[in-house]
Design a protein around this ligand. Structure first.
Ligand code: ES4
Ligand code: ZN
Length: 324
């Protein structure tokens, strides 16, 4: 099984680039820019990664991201992840970034976009890596700040075809962002949103009906609403499920309790993704392997989910057909 997981050409559709910051690079950059962190070595960082919920993770994730300052930092971050894609046979990836995590610290769009796109171009040239960028709004901030971010991104839309919504879900429902998502749609952008990770099924309904998303990030709490499951199946709406993330953030107490195979059995278009691999203890292949070990994921189920990744991607139809 491990060999098949490695050998299959795969997609990754739910990955926060800031969540790929490895402890070693974090320490290196904190020294480079004299950013004070409450850690002095890799072991201390790893020991701190014991989360009880989404917010306890986000606090350390934003702290970690504070070491990213100049263009080369953003290049290195992206380059390390793209090398991981090559290593794990991820032939197509759709990568989220959080502009507001950086602009609020005075880092310009120019700085991170130049670093990101240079790494993406190098990987494309060197081994044909296929990548798309998803610009994600931070939902704990106001809708006006998301609108300002969309406006600031306008000179870079050649490189951004998709917007998303992430950060603290509870108390920040999709409806708060209906206007900015409408503006993004009017600019011709595709839309995704985190919904039903910690939040209720109602937030998934809102993402569908008020934000008109093309894909749902997480969505595991859809299983609480049979009518919603029926709708997701009818719409062939992809869910980007992140198993190791869900157990690390206590969405499920144990991988044995994870509902991804129940959703698959009900014909929901589920995909497997790593979310924030450096914080959650594994990249994409480790997520598949964890499902095999805890839930007995079979070869047929593995292949079905990997195919869902291509179906649920934003690749052009001819590229999807090629991989399927
Ligand atoms: C995130 Cl796991 C998760 N959920 C919501 N927002 C996020 N940002 C980075 N990782
Ligand atoms: Zn996420």
């Amino acid at each position: 099984m491990e060999k098949l997981i490695q050998a299959l050409p795969k997609t990754e559709l739910h990955l926060h680039i800031e969540g790929t910051l490895e402890p070693s690079l974090m320490l290196e950059l904190s020294r480079k820019h004299k950013v004070n962190l409450p850690y002095t070595n890799v072991e201390e960082i790893q020991k701190a990664y014991n989360f009880e919920d989404l917010q306890s993770f986000l606090d350390l994730y934003y702290l970690g991201a504070s070491v990213l300052v100049d263009e080369d930092d953003f290049y290195q971050l992206m380059w390390q992840y793209l090398l991981k894609c090559k290593e794990q046979n991820i032939v197509h990836t759709e990568i989220m970034f959080d502009p507001q995590t950086h602009t609020l610290r005075g880092i310009t769009f120019e700085t991170f976009m130049t670093g990101f796109t240079r790494a993406i171009e190098d990987a494309k040239q060197q081994w044909g890596q296929s990548s798309l960028l998803i610009m994600s709004f931070l939902r704990h901030l106001s809708e006006q700040e998301a609108i300002d971010t969309l406006n600031a991104a306008k000179p870079f839309l050649k490189h951004i075809k998709i917007v998303g919504l992430d950060s603290s879900e509870l108390g920040n429902p999709p409806e708060k962002f209906a206007t900015v998502f409408k503006q993004a749609k009017d600019l011709g952008l595709l839309c995704v949103a985190h919904a039903g990770e910690e939040g209720p099924a109602e937030y998934i309904w809102q993402a569908l009906n008020l934000l008109h998303v093309d894909r749902i990030d997480h969505g595991v709490r859809s299983s609480e609403d049979p009518k919603l499951i029926e709708t997701l199946v009818k719409l062939k709406m992809p869910l980007t499920v992140c198993p190791l993330s869900n157990t690390k953030l206590c969405v499920f107490d144990d991988m044995k309790q994870h509902n991804i195979l129940d959703l698959l059995n009900q014909d929901v278009l589920v995909t497997v993704n790593s979310d924030d691999p450096s914080y959650f203890g594994g990249y994409l292949n480790e997520n598949y392997l964890a499902l095999h070990e805890a839930l007995g994921l079979t070869q047929d189920q593995l292949i079905a989910i990997v195919k869902n990744g291509f179906t649920g991607s934003f690749l052009p139809a001819k590229d999807k057909q090629y991989w399927l």
